[in-house]
Design a protein. Structure first.
Length: 162
């Protein structure tokens, strides 16, 4: 798991919790950061999807990127003429690296706590890699359902075991 792919979803979650923004809003800072970095003359939904994947490990479909571009145009960062977006004003300087560093520290704390828990409760000596794999396995099976339940304040769905 790279720093980029481990911290980006966590930053999205913090933005959702702390700033009570919708899914388009919490991706806008990532897009602005990428547009500042790549400085394209023409901004397309395809390019935005590609930048998010390359820069942050986030997979956003082109339709989602279209909504983000529309929101940026509403805020007058982009203009649209004949179906083409261009950057019209100076984009704000978004400092994602500090959030990435803070998030990475928190992830490392979780990993260390998990390793200590495995040792103290089950006498297992887990490496960092083993702890990461255990978390990824857990999230691959339960992550989206748990996150959805948390966001929408609903009960967790039934599983085959419960």
């Amino acid at each position: 798991m790279t720093e980029i792919t481990s911290t980006s979803p966590a930053i999205l979650k913090v933005n959702l919790d702390e700033e009570e923004r919708d899914y388009i809003d919490y991706l806008i800072n990532f897009v602005i950061h990428s547009l500042n970095t790549h400085a394209p003359e023409i901004v397309t939904d395809d390019a935005v999807s590609k930048y998010l994947e390359e820069d942050f490990g986030l997979s956003v479909p082109q339709k989602g990127a279209q909504f983000i571009l529309q929101r940026l145009a509403k805020r007058r960062y982009l203009s649209k003429e004949e179906g083409t977006y261009t950057i019209t004003s100076k984009l704000p300087n978004i400092n994602i690296s500090n959030k990435q560093k803070d998030t990475l520290r928190n992830i490392e704390k979780v990993l260390k706590s998990l390793i200590l828990y495995a040792k103290s409760c089950f006498q297992h000596d887990w490496s960092d890699e083993r702890a990461i794999n255990a978390l990824l396995n857990f999230f691959s099976r339960f992550g989206i359902d748990y996150l959805r339940a948390y966001i929408f304040r609903t009960t967790l769905p039934r599983t085959e075991n419960y």
